[in-house]
Write a new protein. Structure first.
Length: 202
């Protein structure tokens, strides 16, 4: 699991190099032990750093894990932003790109499932789908859609997380192309728009 070191915020090269070494050490340790059995001390020893180096960047191992997730998602956003600037962004491209990210970092996403931290993925999907749904259904991202966020986005986020993990765990999964077709049918934007209208009239 070689994490693409997309800078987060104002990170400089030296910080990126240090964090990459910590990520690499963590990944190597995962090959021989369970996540809960890996300590900060072991990660630092493997990376040839003192514990002070780790705690200079993170409060604990959970924060470390969250940053790895954030960096993977930053890579996804980089691809999406590039397509949007080129004027080639489509619903199919969004789904295909994210499935590609899932495949590339399969080991990490399955780890999140194993340690019951899929909340990271679910939270991301809630935020991402809010933007995608509003744009596709021609809705304004306003306070009037609060009920929509609370119910429909949460519903989709949990369901999609389960579908993604099931797809990654299968020995012979369906193709990315076929999965995209399924996703496009599941996420019917006209239905979403109808639901929002219904909630606003309650």
């Amino acid at each position: 699991m070689d994490v693409n070191m997309v800078p987060l915020g104002t990170e400089v090269n030296q910080v990126l190099q240090t964090k990459h070494a910590l990520y690499d050490a963590f990944t190597q340790l995962l090959d021989s032990r369970a996540y809960n059995d890996i300590t900060v001390g072991q990660i630092c020893k493997k990376a040839n750093f003192s514990r002070a180096v780790f705690y200079n960047h993170y409060h604990n191992k959970n924060e470390f894990l969250q940053e790895i997730f954030n960096r993977i998602i930053a890579l996804y956003h980089k691809k999406i932003d590039h397509a949007e600037r080129k004027g080639t962004l489509t619903e199919e491209f969004i789904h295909t790109t994210f499935l590609g990210i899932l495949q590339e970092y399969k080991k990490f996403f399955l780890l999140l499932d194993d340690i019951r931290r899929l909340d990271m993925l679910e939270h991301f999907l809630e935020q991402e789908n809010y933007s995608i749904f509003c744009r596709a259904a021609h809705l304004e991202a306003a306070a009037s859609t609060t009920c929509y966020c609370t119910y429909l986005l949460r519903y989709h986020a949990i369901g999609l997380s389960g579908l993604y993990i099931d797809w990654l765990r299968r020995d012979n999964p369906i193709t990315v192309e076929d999965f995209v077709k399924i996703l496009k049918h599941l996420l019917q934007y006209q239905t979403i728009k109808s639901f929002v209208t219904f909630m606003e009239e309650l």
